[in-house]
Write a protein that binds this ligand. Sequence first.
Ligand SMILES: [Cu+2]
Length: 144
Amino acid sequence: MKFLSYLFLFIFSNFYFSADYEVRMLNQGPSGVMVFDPPVLKISKGDTVHFKSVDMAHNSESIGNMIPEGGDTWMGAMSQDISVTLNTEGVYVYQCTPHLMMAMIGVIQVGNSNNLEKVRAQANQLKNSFVTNKDRLDKYLSEL
Ligand SMILES: [Cu+2]
């Protein structure tokens, strides 16, 4: 009986404390053309983000030097959903690989933003690869 109540507590606390978020990959969304929606998320350690392939020919891929040290990386296939559970705190920037030129990027803050200065410095580099929506990344980072 005691075991069962521990088991229940364990399952319940997992269920209760980790949340799920959905980010849609869109040709056109509330914040513009070729966007992740919502583009900026603030979540807790251990939460899961589900990237949904709503429109075709998008993916979600973490950007190597724009995640916290030791953070999980991911690389979704084209036109496929991908779910990512983030267990390392910090700021993560990710891209849609074929639409990086159009600044199809997104930002997730997991817990605290300890690496934000590093990410900002890298953002100045990344912006060079944008042809349109050049101010998007700054705008997203300012929302953290
Ligand atoms: Cu895309």
